[in-house]
Write a protein that binds this ligand. Structure first.
Ligand SMILES: *Cc1c(COP(=O)(O)O)cnc(C)c1O
Length: 488
């Protein structure tokens, strides 16, 4: 049975169809939309084993969206095509004792492409279904990867404007270049003086500012979000957990029905939450190891039940995980404890920066890796297997090693690999060879090509020659003014 309705995490009476939820992005009270009931997968093992990525995506998405078969298949065909540099879309590769689920074969070399290649099509279809007569303004806060993936997905899409805010001093040089060189008539990009949490809070405030919404509505605009607070981001991510499981069976690594564990490098809790949804749908997921970097607010939470953002913010070599307010955790809380408790906890988070709960969900295990452990993981995996991981994947690998030591588990493990090492060449190459620290981004790419044997992807090879088109830097308190100024 497909999802009949989406409801708010802070108020279950705030209901929406899937199309409405995708267009709104966030509930009017600042809560997030969740399915009122998580659907069960209704395909047989034989059917699943026979599917390509596109067909599997259809079988999963149809359970969550109020789209016709024709609409949905058209969105999927437009999203998962030659933009990806491999026909299988998401390779599952075994190196040493573990599998790596390579989610970085899309246009921007990070897992965000998995959802952001399809979100523009979902949004356009939803707008058509709703008879929306306004221009959609996508406001996006990014820790580095969402921004570029959203820009690629939405650039020059008719009826949509896309605005991206990234932490001016908190992204890698390649990430920054990818965003500031973005072409397109409808794109606005600005650095902000602040970190990701500042950007995300400012954007969330704009979403819930009724007066500002009314002012823009008069000018013919409405807001939506490309962040993982939008269910249109979350749902396409469920697909690759099924895909990983099916490939592991096909490769003979597990028998159908056996448990499979996943370690997920986590920031805003969107990726891992999709894995949790897959488990609720009936996929035999064992444990989901939630891997954090030094910003280990989630590690502490899953160990103690105390969420506490009152702590120093660390800028790490895995910037896409430098987050202290993991938005999607709110969805898990609501599934565990209901709307009333979630409302109270989110209020406490806002006012005191902390809340405490009794964690009833035992499938998720918190682990974390320090910067030193992350570098060691890159070296060790390379030395043992010749495989070069990016820094985020390395956090996951180091977390997996700790988990393995603690539990002695025999369950096979998938490391969710969220970015290509070509996005983080400096830190990856410095881990492998400290003499690389002095080289520029493009010398580093050549060095990485030599050691990894993986060709420099076209999308980053060309960056050096591109013109920087976006130079704005704004203070976090001026984001609203920036938005207003650019929508005249
Ligand atoms: C966004 C991102 C993450 C974190 O994913 P969440 O869904 O925010 O938890 C991890 N690694 C990379 C490379 C990312 O871009």
């Amino acid at each position: 049975m497909a999802v009949s309705m989406y409801i708010g995490t802070r108020n279950k009476d705030l209901t929406a169809t899937a199309s409405e939820a995708i267009l709104k992005g966030i509930c009017p009270d600042g809560g997030l939309y969740i399915p009122n009931e998580i659907p069960k997968m209704d395909c047989s093992k034989e059917a699943l084993l026979d599917m390509d990525y596109q067909e599997l995506a259809y079988q999963v998405l149809k359970l969550y969206l109020d789209f016709t078969e024709e609409e949905l298949r058209s969105c999927i065909a437009s999203a998962y095509d030659e933009k990806f540099d491999t026909k299988e879309i998401v390779p599952l590769v075994k190196k040493g004792d573990v599998w790596y689920l390579e989610l970085f074969h899309g246009k921007t070399l990070a897992f965000k492409d998995m959802a952001l290649s399809i979100l523009p099509y979902l949004m356009k279809t939803a707008a058509k279904k709703q008879g929306l007569d306004k221009k959609i303004v996508i406001l996006t806060a990014t820790s580095g990867d969402t921004g570029k993936a959203a820009l690629e997905g939405f650039a020059d899409v008719e009826g949509i404007e896309i605005m991206v805010f990234f932490p001016e001093h908190g992204v890698s040089p390649v990430q920054k270049l990818q965003m500031t060189t973005q072409e397109g008539k409808n794109v606005f990009v600005a650095g902000i003086e602040g970190n990701f949490d500042d950007a995300q809070s400012a954007v969330k405030t704009i979403f819930t500012d009724k007066a500002f919404a009314a002012e823009l509505e008069e000018k013919g605009y409405c807001f939506s979000s490309a962040n993982s607070i939008n269910i249109g981001r979350l749902v396409p991510q469920i697909v690759y957990y099924y895909w990983a499981y099916i490939q592991a069976v096909k490769q003979g690594g597990i028998a159908w029905g056996d448990a499979l564990d996943f370690t997920v490098p986590t920031g805003n809790f969107g990726d891992i939450l999709a894995g949790w949804y897959a488990a609720q749908m009936g996929l035999p997921v064992g444990k989901l190891v939630c891997a954090s970097n030094d910003n280990k607010v989630l590690y502490d939470f899953f160990r103690t039940g105390v969420y506490d953002r009152n702590r120093a913010f660390h800028v790490t070599v895995s910037p896409s995980m430098d987050i202290l307010i993991s938005s999607n955790l709110e969805r898990l809380l609501c599934h565990m404890a209901g709307q009333a408790a979630t409302q109270t906890q989110m209020q406490a988070l806002k006012e005191q920066g902390t809340y405490t709960i009794d964690i009833t969900e035992k499938r998720i295990v918190g682990e974390f890796a320090t910067e030193a452990e992350t570098f060691t993981a890159i070296q060790e995996v390379y030395r043992k297997t010749g495989y070069v991981m990016d820094t985020h994947t390395a956090v996951a690998y180091a977390a997996y090693q700790k988990y393995q030591k603690e539990t002695n588990t025999q369950t096979p493990m998938v490391i969710v690999s969220t970015a290509s090492p070509y996005k983080f060449t400096k830190d990856v190459m410095t881990a492998l060879d400290s003499s690389c620290a002095e080289q520029d981004a493009f010398q580093l790419m050549k060095a990485l090509e030599r050691v990894s044997g993986v060709k420099i992807p076209n999308v980053v090879a060309g960056l050096a020659k591109k013109t920087i088109l976006h130079k704005d830097v704004c203070k976090k308190e001026n984001i609203q003014a920036f938005v207003r100024a650019h929508l005249q």
